[in-house]
Design a protein around this ligand. Structure first.
Ligand code: FAD
Ligand code: NAP
Length: 536
């Protein structure tokens, strides 16, 4: 490691929703803070994912910061689900409004974090060869920020253009007149395929596993909705924070499926389908627990797919069969299933005819050659652990995070790792994170940690880290709660199944945003139970 040139109270890695708020909050507590961001601008997810159709699938007002009422009052969302350009404008506005840029170093990637026991601080290396020092490090590196490598045989032989949805070119892509292959049918593909199909001459969709997509029913956000939100803002924000998923659509009905009458079940399903979006998650309180509840929702969506897609064979291929609904992230679409009624769109079922290789002209399956001009890899991310695993993190006595997480990530409350003092993982594995409206979870994490630092300062406490017992207990609890659900049945990125060789561990905490918040509050109220707090 090079000699440290600059020392800060805190270093924050990443300038997405989490990094920006961490900077603002810590600065407000009088700490000196430096943010490092690999991209050349703020925004994180909304900086990198510029593919056509990219938009949030939580309602815009809900997917926004709540920490500043003024900010909320001065910003007007134009659509029910904000598009990527609008979200990026919002995050740039936040950076300007709170004068954040002066403490952010862009185009700088953190490559190593080494704990220095003598100094009780982190030595931080960046890819420009510089070294830095900080007592606290905030990994605001994102749960979905490292795109999966399209490691297909023959990939480099392709003569046409290739794109990854998670690293879309800033200037956009014109597919007019082009033959385009899209590999993947997750949320990114489901949002982009209808847009690409409107432009391209021909689209080939390569599907390994079909997903459940619920219509977004997006549209302009009217004045009355905005005014209502602002008038009831405080109450709505409180409800969000105490809800299951960090969003108001998550106000789950109380009656379990088994006690809901046949007609009412149908009514609930139809109403949620008509309302659109992620509210399908909480049709019944036991949707992801009771197989019968789940089956009824699966049958319902399958029926809808069959009603939209005109060709019965294609419809059958689009119906998910291999996992319970909701146990892979639900997708929210605008015209996805309808797209398969277009003459220029073809679905290729990779389960029936596996992808053999990429060729100079296109894609070859074991049944056919597909000549294309461009390939879009919509193949997702090395989720939750990907960004940290790409940093050389060494804690006490030189132990590496790689080793500590060899069999899957282990944290206490998703916030910290035993043996890695003063390193905070925002929306880390073991927290509600990706199972929630992430802005709500980000604010909760940053606020909780900021309170912890404020608690430590007057006592002269310099380090904090979880005990191994507390961490083991939390990991057991996270596993226990997830094993009570149908989630582990799915080969999802929640369990790392999309990355060959990744240990199969259910990574997020499924106990709910409100319950988790209460647990964190109780830990703090009990003198930060489970944490070791030490003076120098
Ligand atoms: P990010 O926004 O991912 O920011 C992390 C930043 O850290 C990145 O800019 C990255 O460049 C930087 N970084 C990482 N490693 C390093 C390093 N070593 N050195 C320097 N910089 C580094 N969530 C929802 O709740 N609702 C949604 O509708 C929703 N839609 C999504 C749509 C897409 C296409 C994707 C990919 C994710 C979506 N998410 C959604 C999840 C989304 O990631 C979060 O909502 C939120 O934006 C995460 O913010 P963050 O700051 O934690 O991470
Ligand atoms: P994803 O959900 O992981 O989907 C990736 C797709 O690529 C899957 O269909 C997967 O198939 C397929 N795939 C991966 N590797 C493949 C291979 N080697 N061969 C063939 N197919 C392969 O990724 P994503 O669509 O980018 O979404 C990731 C997450 O980001 C979402 O779940 C969501 O949390 C968030 N997101 C949200 C929105 C939104 O609507 N706001 C939009 C985009 C993303 P398998 O299923 O078989 O693995």
């Amino acid at each position: 490691m090079a000699e440290a040139t600059n020392t800060y109270d805190a270093i924050v890695i990443g300038a997405g929703f989490a990094g920006l708020y961490a900077l603002h909050k810590l600065r407000g507590q009088g700490l000196s803070v430096r943010v490092f961001e690999a991209g050349d601008g703020v925004g994180g997810t909304w900086y990198w994912n510029r593919y056509p159709g990219a938009r949030v699938d939580v309602e815009s007002q809900e997917y926004s910061y709540s920490f500043s009422e003024e900010l909320e009052r001065e910003w007007t969302w134009s659509e029910r689900y904000a598009s990527q350009p609008e979200l990026l404008r919002y995050l740039n506005h936040v950076a300007d409004r709170f004068d954040l840029r002066r403490d952010i170093r862009f185009e700088t990637r953190v490559t190593a974090l080494h704990w220095n026991d003598r100094e009780q601080s982190w030595s931080v290396s960046t890819d420009d060869g510089e070294a830095w020092n900080a007592r606290f490090v905030f990994a605001a590196t994102g749960a979905l920020s490292v795109p999966n490598d399209p490691d297909f045989p023959g990939k480099n032989s392709f003569n046409g253009a290739t794109y990854h949805t998670g690293r879309w070119p800033r200037e956009g892509v014109d597919f007019t007149g082009k033959r385009v292959a899209v590999i993947g049918t997750g949320s990114s593909a489901i949002q982009s395929i209808p847009q690409i199909a409107q432009q391209a001459a021909q689209v080939f969709v390569f599907q390994r596993t079909p997903n459940y997509a619920i219509p977004a029913r997006n549209g302009p956000l009217d004045h009355a909705t905005r005014e209502d939100w602002l008038a009831k803002r405080e109450e709505k924000r409180q409800r969000q924070r105490n809800s299951l998923l960090g969003a108001l659509f998550a106000d789950t009905p109380d009656t379990p499926f088994s006690q809901t009458g046949e007609n009412e079940r149908r009514d609930v399903l139809e109403r949620r389908w008509a309302w659109g979006g992620l509210c399908m998650y909480n049709l019944f309180p036991d949707l992801v627990i009771d197989p019968a509840a789940n089956a009824s929702a699966r049958d319902f969506v399958a029926e809808k797919i069959r009603g939209i897609v005109k060709d019965p064979d294609i419809a059958e291929k689009l119906v998910p069969r291999s996992y319970p609904i909701g146990t892979k992230r639900l997708c929210v679409d605008t015209g996805y299933y309808e797209t398969f009624n277009r003459a220029n769109v073809r679905l290729i079922d990779l389960k029936a005819t596996p992808l053999d290789r990429i060729t100079p002209d296109g894609i070859r399956t074991n049944a056919e050659n597909f000549a294309v001009d461009a390939i879009v890899f919509a193949i997702g991310f090395d989720a939750m652990t990907g960004a940290l695993s790409r940093i050389d993190v060494r804690g006490r006595e030189g132990q590496t995070l790689k080793n500590a997480w060899d069999a899957g990530p282990r944290t206490y409350l998703g916030l910290m790792v035993a043996g890695f003092p003063n390193l905070f993982t925002i929306t880390g594995p073991g927290s509600p994170s990706v199972l929630s409206n992430m802005v709500v979870s980000i604010e909760q994490h940053v606020d909780w940690i900021a309170n912890l630092l404020a608690y430590m300062a007057p006592f002269g406490l310099k380090t904090v880290e979880p005990t191994l017992d507390a961490q083991n207990g939390w990991v057991d609890h996270v596993n226990e709660v997830s094993s009570m659900t149908l989630f582990p049945q799915a080969n999802s990125w929640y369990v790392g199944a999309n990355v060959p060789g990744k240990p199969r561990v259910f990574m997020p905490y499924i106990g709910g945003v409100g319950a988790y918040r209460e647990l964190c509050a109780a830990v703090a109220a009990n003198g930060y139970m489970g944490f070791k707090l030490r003076a120098a």
